[in-house]
Design a protein around this ligand. Structure first.
Ligand SMILES: [Zn+2]
Length: 277
């Protein structure tokens, strides 16, 4: 499932290709995504010029010139964005549910085999209170995200660090991979209760989360299965994982013990029991 770095790298790639481009034609081949694609989707988007791309958690937000709505886009579990020039155009695949053609000839395709993705049009005036976005926690790369901010969020909670960092209402955009990597980088145990974290540890954790995310974005995210850049390239951050998927291999930090895998809320946690306290 794409996490924050994968979505951010898709956003950065899309910006380079479709910013200032005007939509000529929208074709919806399957409306039944996680939520149905609205019936006025095509007519509202055709003729609109892409003015800005943004990301909130794992959502992409496309803003248009002279439009009172945005396109809110979630890639779901396995969604892939493809941008092709007329020369590169191949026949549409079974799971290419939406195709957007620009006047320049560029075509954007959204392929989503499992159909957990979403494409919704949200009126600008409803954006700040739109339920999918308003319940999201802090953006980990925001300037206001700090150790003391994190301690406030952790206050009086009886959660483990792993569960708290995965909770999208506390911090948004982090998934299993980057939580495991950030906790190893911060040398904090995924089993620690958040109320035992002190100021220094919170500062170190925030730095570790941001460092892991920034490095992953530069690498184009992690490609374990489906993730691709809009130009078809894979992300490469998986080659630098320190703990994720490394069960039984030596810890690259202490070089003493093997990486452990345990289950927390039915999801694998990878960590070093010696480094991470
Ligand atoms: Zn270690």
């Amino acid at each position: 499932m794409p996490e924050l770095p994968e979505v951010e790298s898709v956003k950065v790639n899309l910006e380079k290709r479709i910013l200032d481009q005007t939509i000529e034609k929208v074709e919806v081949h399957h409306r039944g995504l996680r939520w149905p694609i609205p019936h006025n989707f095509e007519t509202l988007l055709e003729g609109k010029k892409v003015k800005m791309l943004a990301r909130r958690a794992k959502y992409l937000l496309l803003h248009f010139e002279q439009a009172d709505f945005i396109l809110l886009w979630h890639l779901g579990m396995s969604g892939r964005v493809q941008i092709v020039t007329p020369k590169e155009l191949t026949p549409r695949q079974a799971h290419d549910h939406v195709e957007i053609t620009f006047y320049s000839g560029l075509k954007l395709r959204f392929r989503d085999p499992r159909r957990f993705g979403a494409m919704l049009l949200v009126p600008l005036k409803e954006l700040s209170c739109f339920s999918l976005l308003s319940s999201l926690g802090v953006e980990p790369l925001d300037n206001n995200f700090s150790g003391s901010f994190l301690l406030e969020l952790f206050k009086n909670r009886s959660l483990t660090l792993k569960a708290a960092l995965l909770n999208q209402k506390i911090i948004s955009g982090l998934g299993n991979i980057y939580v495991c990597e950030a906790l190893h980088c911060a040398k904090l145990s995924p089993l620690r209760l958040v109320k035992t974290i002190n100021h220094l540890e919170a500062d170190i954790l925030v730095k570790a989360i941001q460092d892991v995310l920034r490095r992953a974005i530069i690498a184009g995210g992690s490609t374990l299965r489906d993730h691709r850049q809009p130009d078809g390239k894979k992300g490469t951050f998986q080659y630098t994982f320190k703990v994720y998927g490394r069960e039984g291999e030596q810890c690259l930090q202490c070089h003493h013990v093997e990486i452990k895998r345990i289950l927390q809320s039915n999801r694998s946690t990878f960590y070093c029991a010696r480094c991470q306290k």
